[in-house]
Design a protein around this ligand. Sequence first.
Ligand code: HEC
Length: 125
Amino acid sequence: MTRLLQRSLFLAAIALSGMAQADDLAMGQKLVSNHCAGCHTFEKDGPPGQGPNLFGLIGRKAASQTNFTYSSAYSNKMAGNVWDEARLDAWLTDAQTLVPGSAMVYSQDDPAKRQKIIQYIKSLH
Ligand code: HEC
């Protein structure tokens, strides 16, 4: 293969993976609006709904939103933890398994959908 061909294949691969990422984020946003937005807001300083605002969640302390009253099951188990991707994956797999008695009842058994939701939430800063 010539260098030039190698180089253009390389650039095409980068462009394609960039497009795939943008697609995944768009899918993630759609999933979030269908599965989460009924109870959560996602914009900076958005008001709580049935659940707390989720802007900037990754890296944030669990149970830390002062304008939301968490269930005692949730605060007892989760306060002090920091949200990362693995914890969010476990939570979305089945909130009631991670925190029995939590006020959030949600489970998503499709790992690809969970990843898209997680990556979208991670992109919000
Ligand atoms: C029917 C309402 C409802 C839906 C739908 C819902 N949640 Fe929740 N969520 C809650 C409630 C209520 C809590 C507070 C849990 C508690 O206090 O026990 C919560 C808490 C959370 C927390 C903890 C935040 C913190 O500050 O510690 C995260 C993260 C979360 N939800 C993510 C999601 C995501 C992502 C989705 C969509 C895939 C979703 N939730 C769908 C009601 C909901």
